[in-house]
Ligand binder design. Structure first.
Ligand code: FE2
Ligand code: FE2
Length: 223
């Protein structure tokens, strides 16, 4: 099979990985500042909680879309790839993600959440220890050349749509995860991604009724 030199699926995967990478580092860094300065009692707290919830939702949806759509699609086309091992790595990443969410729940209702915050940071660190080598391998497997030989441009476009729709259907709420993704990207990537979204979202909802819900995350988002 022949295909384009650059695959949109490759680009889309690298892009969403970069969103997770940035937010993971923001969570670890902000969490440490919160813990050291006791700022978790201050006005940044609701934004941090919304930000970590968005991170958890987007990461979980990304892993699920790979398990359900991408890996099955390529199982026969890239037969050398250890998909079972990669799925097992997802499960381990998710097990730390559950700890992040549990500690976030604790933190939300505890007026002095220093212990849950410390455990959350610890879980984010452990998650990152698994996440980073996983995506290095994954981006090698799904590099543009490999995909150009494995799928046609039409299949590539179909896959990107299936994956995006699946991701959006399994993450939420929209008013948090859409700005979370867009504002975790550098400006030029953000513009490119925003152009693929319905104008109703980018022109009406995002700067309008959604804004009062997501702008609490602004201190943690990219300018
Ligand atoms: Fe993965
Ligand atoms: Fe991935």
């Amino acid at each position: 099979m022949s295909g384009a030199d650059t695959s949109s699926l490759t680009n889309a995967q690298v892009r969403i990985h970069s969103v997770i990478n940035r937010s993971l580092e923001v969570i670890k860094d902000s969490g440490r500042v919160f813990a050291d300065e006791g700022a978790y009692r201050g006005p940044l707290r609701p934004g941090f909680i919304a930000y970590v919830r968005s991170f958890a939702s987007v990461l979980y949806a990304h892993l699920l879309s790979e398990d359900r759509i991408v890996f099955p699609y390529f199982r026969d086309r890239l037969p050398e790839t250890p998909f079972d091992l990669m799925r097992a790595q997802h499960e381990k990443i998710v097990s730390w993600l559950y700890v992040v969410q549990e500690e976030l729940d604790e933190m939300e209702y505890d007026p002095h959440p220093s212990e849950s915050l410390a455990l959350l940071i610890d879980a984010a660190f452990n998650l990152g220890q698994l996440w980073y080598p996983h995506i290095v391998h994954e981006e090698k497997v799904f590099n543009a050349r490999a995909l150009a030989n494995a799928v046609t441009p039409e299949e590539d476009r179909l896959l990107i749509k299936l994956m995006t729709d699946h991701c959006l259907a399994n993450s939420g709420p929209d008013y948090l995860v859409v700005p979370f993704i867009l504002y975790s990207l550098p400006p030029e990537e953000r513009i490119s991604m925003a152009q693929k979204l319905p104008p109703e979202i980018t022109r009406l909802l995002l700067p309008g009724p959604w804004k009062q819900k997501w702008e609490v995350m602004a201190p943690f988002l990219s300018a």
